[in-house]
Design a protein around this ligand. Structure first.
Ligand code: SF4
Ligand code: SF4
Length: 295
């Protein structure tokens, strides 16, 4: 069971919702795996406070040219769709930051002059957070290739897991978002009731619809702003899973990196409602049993 928590824009409280749902399910007996795929700025660890016991670097293959074999024919540059390799009179330039590691240039080089070497793009870290299996990716500074790192985070977290997998998705609607949410059973879109929130929610909804994944909306800080988001969801027949009002309590807990679920019983009810609504929307599938009583 894979549930992704996404948002068309940053700053909506996506990570707060993702970590709180993970805590709620874990407290109530579910086997939870948490994947932080927001690899450019992973910050779920601030709430989950995992002990990291495993770290591995992730690399992608990039071309290395053997100039003793190269005839400077230009074939490699012709086949590269990303303009990551260029051939001048007596040299071949490889722009490794642009290279997607597809292997096309090595395949088409008539002289067999191209081999592949690994280029580090970041790390995957694994650990335990109060019984929640925790995995996060951290992209190297200045590194544009988020997608291969996200793929590796998902491979580490999903292979062999049989519980609930919660994915904290990067904000926006670009390739890293698609890579993070594809294969999910359900997507929770977190937004806020402002014109900016509505604009980015529309984009996020289009993205999830294209991937044909069931989804619902959580309106965070629901008592600020206007009713446009609520009206949009009603008009589009999009389920609103929960509305979480702005609260000084939550803001204080947030400032200490403490989940609202851990500290506040009234907030646990919100996440029970979210979970029960998702189960209803996905009825017919088998879902992990979660205890009725909060701890
Ligand atoms: S395709 Fe091979 S031989 Fe031709 S320029 Fe590129 S590396 Fe050199
Ligand atoms: S591996 Fe693919 S993306 Fe990288 S330089 Fe070769 S053809 Fe271009």
């Amino acid at each position: 069971m894979i549930i992704s928590i996404a948002s068309g824009k940053g700053g909506t409280g996506k990570t707060t919702i993702a970590t709180s749902l993970a805590f709620y399910l874990s407290i109530n007996g579910a086997n939870v795996v948490f994947l932080d795929c927001d690899v450019e700025e992973p910050n779920s660890a601030l709430f989950l406070k995992p002990g990291i016991d495993k770290s591995q670097t992730v690399d992608i293959p990039v071309p290395a040219v053997d100039f003793k074999k190269c005839t400077y024919c230009g074939k490699c540059a012709e086949v590269c769709a990303y303009h990551a390799i260029a051939v001048a009179k007596k040299t071949v330039l490889v722009f490794t930051e642009l290279c997607h590691g597809c292997g096309g240039c090595a395949l088409f080089c008539p002289e067999g002059a191209i081999s592949e070497v690994g280029r580090d793009i970041g790390v995957v870290e694994e650990g335990d957070a109060f019984g929640i299996r925790f995995i996060q990716g951290r992209l190297s500074i200045g590194e544009p290739m988020a997608v291969p790192l996200i793929r590796e985070v998902k491979r580490c977290g999903i292979e062999g897991s049989d519980g609930v997998i919660i994915i904290d998705v990067p904000p926006g609607t670009s390739c890293p978002v698609i890579e993070s949410i594809k294969g999910s059973d359900f997507v929770i879109l977190v937004t806020e009731p402002t014109p900016f929130g509505l604009n980015d929610l529309r984009l996020a909804v289009e993205t999830v619809k294209k991937l044909d994944i069931d989804f619902g909306v959580v309106i965070n800080r629901s008592d600020i702003g206007d009713k446009e988001v609520e009206d949009y969801c009603k008009d589009e027949n999009i389920p609103i899973l929960a509305e979480i009002p702005y609260s000084r309590d939550i803001a204080v807990l947030y400032s200490y990196g403490v989940s609202m679920v851990v500290e506040g019983e009234k907030y646990r009810k919100i996440f029970r409602k979210i979970w029960e609504t998702i189960k209803k929307l996905k009825s017919g599938q088998s879902w992990p049993i979660v205890g009725e009583e909060d701890v």
